[in-house]
Design a protein around this ligand. Structure first.
Ligand code: HDE
Length: 733
């Protein structure tokens, strides 16, 4: 063998006849961002921005590799050495710059909400809020750029998306009057009523400090120890144990501002409001089993779903709405204390009034620059939107600014491109770490005469933010909560009473799982006593699952009035954006496949063709090696999919019948699709394939026919209800 023969076996070396994949050698400028990925135009305090030809500040520029000072480099692969086999020289300033920068690439992750994904979009106002608030972005026809970050709360940056947890839903509106941040969650109530308890609840929910276990979940002793002792957490914990704790997608999550805010109208009148985001796709969740599978097979599930939908042009949309309550001195509504963040106002008492539509249409161009560095703050307010005295909100107004100073390395994080307001800034704030601005003038103070008195104060007529002069009742300083905050159970009971039987069953299973993971008997028993205050059956069934006696009696006071808006079931939702896996095999009729794909696209569904092996990505999007049922909202068996390779053994005894050798990956996919109560359609030999997989071809949610497009239509009708809920076993009494 010659030396040349050996070279052709090296990794990366093409062998004869194969296409060559080589690093390009001709200098050329970096690729520009795709047109639909443009970040909001930055207008910096330095004045540098899109009006300059220089492009975004500190972006990569020019065709040649340089050091950080812009000096071109001939090599970046070898350290400077005393001879090819000699020691590396300390004088290698290029090596030091490269490694030192790398050493400092990571910034502290967020103390909560570390794991997230985000997108750019636009908010278009209907004008319906113009009479409620003087905020310019709520005026009729106003279009405002937004950036939205979704997140889990407990896990660290690398944790899985589908854990049981609350989700963050934080929106930055780049309005003409300054930035407005609506920093909400997907659950409308919170664990605590006073910010001073936040470190307690977070310490309890985070992994145990000795073992750093478990990651990203509440199923452990310290969490349940805290929430069983601190019963104001009961309502939020119940929401977490419901299907809301495992959303199907960020696109199918509601968002809530939680606290009551005060809107100030152009005429100075005020109202108390609660913010809501309503997803156009409806509110859907995963099943627990799906969430577990995805945690292993695709931990980036939610992040990927958001990214892919936007790339595909299926832009997610939410309507922003408010529940409007009169601003009375008591700040209560129908007996509900509006300053208590553990309480909702049922939508049946105060309907959500739609104010505008948000569309997310562009993915971030750089995850670190945008998603990691974005800094939200409930105190970023604009004229027309003010706070109330909710004690949880007051603490947040302190916390967010404080945490950004550590996380983003100093007080100048508002200058980071993603955080820059689109309104002119003249703030007299100076210097500090990471100061990017070169301020002119000599008098960064007021009053001054040396800079001509600039900048000037604005009045209400010049759109200044002026705090609403809310009267403060004469009172003594106390460390106390009002008596109304003592009610920890009535709304948990409303939530439980509003769930359908299958949703209640999921809640029971969730408590049984979480408490089953607790090892301290006192924690389990105390939690059962809390559950008894919500509902006797809930308590008894969780107790049975744990092998414990249920505490005596249901101590709750009277039946609760359900709020139907709290249930995710029983409604038809749009099917746009839902994924349909089309399972094909060599015998699938291409004409039928083409017709179904077209019909699916016409219905705004996302068809994904799955074939035994991959293929041209335009034709086949998934192979049996990579596809899992969890990716699809429904599946179609396209004729005779996957007659198994001869060598493939039958899955098990159930795989009898014409398809004795049904591909085991297909059999597993069908089994999971069935188990997760998703619609299954098919034509041709689909019935045989189902039988071979051990599934009833006449069961609920199975649509078989001869016309593939008609089958798709019927499957789409089932998708409107999200799942085939009849497949879940009826709850035991
Ligand atoms: Fe947060 N929260 N929070 N929080 N929160 C943070 O700020 C805090 C609370 C929420 O995508 C932190 O920048 C306190 C309620 C979201 O970047 C921190 C209290 C709600 C995000 C912080 C609360 C939220 C955060 C951590 C109790 C729903 C992610 C990193 C008084 C209305 C924002 C950061 C993003 C993030 C403090 C309670 C929502 C430490 C002290 C209630 C969506 O500042």
């Amino acid at each position: 063998m010659t030396a040349d023969d050996t070279r052709s076996d090296l990794p990366g070396e093409p062998s004869a006849g194969q296409p060559t994949v080589e690093e390009p050698v001709e200098p050329r400028p970096p690729l520009p961002p795709k047109p639909d990925q443009a970040a909001p135009e930055p207008v910096s305090a330095t004045g540098r921005g899109p009006q300059d030809d220089s492009g975004p500040v500190r972006a990569q520029d020019g065709a040649y590799l340089t050091n950080a000072q812009g000096t071109r480099l001939p090599d970046s692969d070898h350290s400077l050495k005393a001879g090819p086999r000699g020691p590396v020289l300390l004088q290698d300033h290029h090596l030091r710059e490269k490694i030192t920068h790398f050493d400092h690439e990571r910034i502290p992750e967020r103390v909560v909400h570390a794991r997230g994904a985000a997108a750019h979009g636009v908010f278009e106002s209907y004008g319906a809020g113009a009479g409620l608030s003087k905020a310019g972005f709520l005026a009729a026809g106003a279009r405002t750029p937004v950036f939205v970050r979704f997140s889990t709360v407990l896990g660290s940056r690398g944790s899985a998306d589908t854990v049981r947890d609350t989700r963050g839903f934080a929106t930055k509106f780049y309005t003409d009057e300054g930035v407005f941040d609506l920093v909400g969650n997907n659950i409308p109530v919170f664990f605590i009523q006073d910010a001073i308890k936040f470190p307690d609840v977070v310490h309890a929910a985070k992994p145990h400090p000795d073992r750093e276990i478990p990651q990203a979940q509440s199923a452990h002793d310290t969490f349940w120890d805290f929430v069983s002792l601190h019963t104001e957490a009961t309502h939020h914990t119940l929401w977490n144990m419901s299907d809301r704790g495992i959303p199907r997608s960020y696109r199918t999550m509601e968002g809530f501002g939680i606290h009551t805010f005060r809107l100030v109208a152009p005429d100075g009148s005020t109202s108390l409001v609660k913010w809501h985001w309503k997803p156009k796709l409806g509110v859907h969740s995963l099943t627990w089993d799906e969430a577990q599978l995805i945690g292993g097979t695709d931990p980036d599930y939610h992040r990927r779903d958001l990214y892919d939908a936007i790339e595909a042009g299926a832009y997610p949309q939410w309507e922003l709405g408010v529940q409007v309550m009169p601003d009375t001195p008591e700040q209560t509504f129908e007996g509900i204390d509006l300053l208590d963040p553990t309480k909702i106002v049922p939508e049946e008492l105060a309907p959500v009034q739609p104010l505008g539509l948000m569309t997310l249409h562009a993915n971030p161009t750089n995850f670190f620059a945008e998603v990691e560095q974005v800094a939200f703050h409930p105190g970023h307010l604009v004229p027309g939107i003010d706070i109330t005295d909710d004690p949880l909100l007051s603490g947040r107004l302190f916390s967010y600014l404080d945490t950004q100073i550590t996380r983003l390395g100093g007080p100048n994080f508002a200058q980071i491109p993603i955080n820059r307001t689109h309104a002119p800034v003249n703030d007299m704030l100076r210097d500090g770490f990471h100061q990017d601005a070169v301020h002119t003038g000599v008098a960064p103070y007021k009053p001054n005469s040396l800079d001509g008195g600039c900048p000037f104060f604005a009045g209400a007529d010049e759109r200044a933010f002026i705090e609403h002069p809310q009267p403060v009742p004469a009172a003594k300083k106390v460390r106390e909560a009002p008596a109304s905050f003592d009610d920890h159970f009535s709304q948990a009971r409303i939530f439980w009473a509003s769930m359908t039987p299958v949703e209640q069953e999921h809640i029971i299973n969730a408590y049984a799982f979480e408490l089953g993971k607790c090892t301290e008997p006192a924690v389990r028993e105390r939690t059962l006593r809390v559950l008894a205050r919500i509902d006797g059956r809930l308590c008894a069934q969780v107790a049975t699952a744990l092998g414990l006696p249920a505490p005596d009696g249901d101590a709750a006071d009277g039946p609760a009035e359900p709020s139907p808006a709290l249930s995710q079931l029983g409604r038809d939702w749009p099917v746009a954006g839902r994924t349909v896996g089309i399972l094909t095999g060599p015998d699938t009729d291409p004409a039928a496949l083409d017709a179904v794909r077209r019909a699916a696209l016409a219905a705004d569904l996302v068809p994904l063709v799955v074939a035994p092996t991959g293929g041209d990505p335009a034709e086949v999007q998934r192979s049996f090696a990579t596809a899992r049922s969890t990716e699809f909202d429904a599946v179609l068996l396209a004729g005779a999919p996957a007659p198994a390779p001869d060598a493939t053994p039958a899955r098990d005894a159930r795989a009898a019948g014409p398809h004795t050798a049904l591909d085991p990956r297909l059999a597993l996919l069908l089994d999971e699709t069935w188990r997760h109560a998703k619609a299954i359609g098919g034509w041709g030999d689909a019935r045989e394939a189902l039988t071979a997989a051990g599934l009833p071809s006449d069961g609920p949610g199975v649509v078989l026919g001869t016309d593939p497009v008609q089958v798709l239509r019927e499957v789409a009708d089932l998708l409107a209800g999200h799942r085939v809920w009849d497949r879940f076993p009826p709850p035991t009494a």
